[in-house]
Design a protein around this ligand. Structure first.
Ligand code: KE4
Length: 443
């Protein structure tokens, strides 16, 4: 564990006294990468400034939400304008209608949108709706996909559970997890077999169409088409969890990029621009089952909060075609630089990228297509790479089971700075990989 400078150390000690693990979300504890605590003072563009004032080129980007970069002037201006009129009313506002219209305009097949405050709430609500619409209980999810921390979805999840190596979580009653079927991601034959056996009892399949919570692992086209076909054949629903991919991988999200239509879509992150907004959305015949239009209950004090919605709407309005071209170009530049850096040092690694979502898997060559294959990667080397990059002013997501995010603020100079740091970090890694293991040391 690297020692942290004074202010950070002090903050970490105070946090540990009043917060579990000293953090508000497990992955922030940096335990998986064996690094010292991080406290951020502020962000600007592609950079964060930590409690010591050190600048870090940031690839966490608030876990994808800060797609416009930190403190984008137009987003800040929109939020400032909104806060002057009050922070929230528990009543409908014009701006939430505007955001719902913007989402419906962009995402194929969306006729109704319901706002909530997080991706977890969006998924929990969409699954409840799918169970109500089909009058069935079973749900199918995939190992390594993460859909938030609601009880039914924590089984064999990605992100923080994968990072901490947790199969699930204590406190989730058997009754809650019993109706969740977990299959290997991208395993079409297992999916077909489960529908042969239980198809008439399955309410929905939920998946990340481009998984980002086990590192970046795209769903294969045939696998996605099989999920679409099987749900249609058996009267089940297909839910795309696009909390991460929504409005990141294309103007209309993964449905547009991949050309496969889902029945329900869950959204988050980008639609809040860094403030707490989630949503679930789909065709009217489904969504109009949600109260008060229908009997499926879901509610929230801060749902559609005007300040948070203002940040999301301002962010979406920055995402025009040129923006997606830029995200693609900078993502490609970063990927090619990392591939080149590993090749020069004969470090075995695979760099996966979809648009502005990217991740590196050390110790494997073939692109991983399942959680088991990602687990077989060299996560120790990733941890060493993370520490070396942070020491050189670049902050990666603190886990090999996460996606890096490129924002509109990551210009050529930010990418160049990242690749300079990577060249040094990979050199250090090469030396450590080449160093003979001392005789008699622990394996
Ligand atoms: P939230 O409840 O954290 O807003 O969203 C849950 C969620 C649902 N679906 C997908 C595809 C997601 O990626 C997420 C949350 N993503 C993680 C990052 N891998 C959140 C980071 C954290 O837990 O601190």
């Amino acid at each position: 564990m690297l020692t942290a400078p004074a202010r950070t150390e002090q903050l970490a000690a105070r946090a540990a006294r009043v917060m579990p693990g000293g953090v508000s979300s497990p992955v922030r504890a940096l335990r998986a990468v064996g690094d010292g605590p991080l406290f951020v003072d502020r962000g600007r563009g592609s950079r964060l400034f930590d409690a010591e004032g050190a600048a870090l080129i940031d690839y966490v980007c608030s876990w994808g939400a800060a797609i416009a970069g930190h403190a984008h002037p137009l987003v800040i201006e929109s939020v400032e304008r909104a806060v002057r009129d009050g922070l929230g009313f528990g009543a409908s506002t014009r701006i939430e209608v505007e955001l719902a219209e913007e989402i419906a305009d962009r995402v194929p097949g969306i006729e109704r949108v319901r706002f909530v405050c997080s991706g977890t709430e969006a998924v929990m609500s969409a699954v409840r709706l799918a169970r109500a619409a089909t009058q069935r209980d079973l749900i199918v999810k995939f190992e390594g996909c993460y859909h938030g921390h609601s009880d039914a979805l924590l089984a064999a999840a990605g992100s923080g559970l994968a990072t901490l190596g947790l199969p699930g979580s204590p406190g989730v009653p058997q009754a809650a997890a019993r109706d969740t079927i977990v299959l290997p991601f991208n395993d079409q034959s297992r999916l077909e077999a489960i529908f042969d056996e239980l198809g008439e009892r399955i309410a929905c399949i939920i998946l990340e169409p481009i998984a980002g919570n086990m590192g970046v692992v795209p769903a294969g086209p045939a696998f996605l088409l099989a999920a679409r076909r099987l749900t249609d054949e058996h009267g089940a629903l297909l839910i795309f969890d696009e909390v991460m991919t929504g409005f990141r991988v294309a103007r209309g999200g993964a449905q547009e990029r991949l050309g496969v239509r889902a029945d329900l879509v869950t959204l988050g992150k980008v639609i809040g621009g860094g403030l707490p907004v989630g949503a679930y959305a789909g065709r009217a015949s489904l969504m109009d089952l949600v109260a008060p239009a229908g009997p499926v209950y879901q509610a929230g004090t801060l749902a559609g909060n005007p300040v948070a919605v203002a940040a999301g709407l301002a962010t979406l309005r920055l995402l025009d075609n040129r923006a997606y071209e830029q995200l693609e170009a900078m993502g490609q530049l970063l990927q090619h630089g990392l591939v080149d850096g590993c090749a020069r040092r004969r470090i075995e690694a695979h760099v996966e990228r979809v648009g502005s979502m990217i991740s590196i898997f050390f110790g494997i060559h073939a692109p991983p297509r399942s959680y088991a294959q990602v687990r077989a990667a060299d996560h120790e080397s990733f941890a060493a790479f993370f520490r070396a990059m942070r020491a050189r002013g670049v902050l990666l997501p603190p886990s090999g089971f996460e996606s890096w995010f490129v924002s509109l603020a990551h210009d050529r100079s930010a990418i160049a700075g990242t690749l300079d740091a990577a060249a040094n970090a990979l050199q250090a890694l090469e030396c450590s990989l080449a160093a003979p293991v001392p005789q008699g040391s622990e394996s």
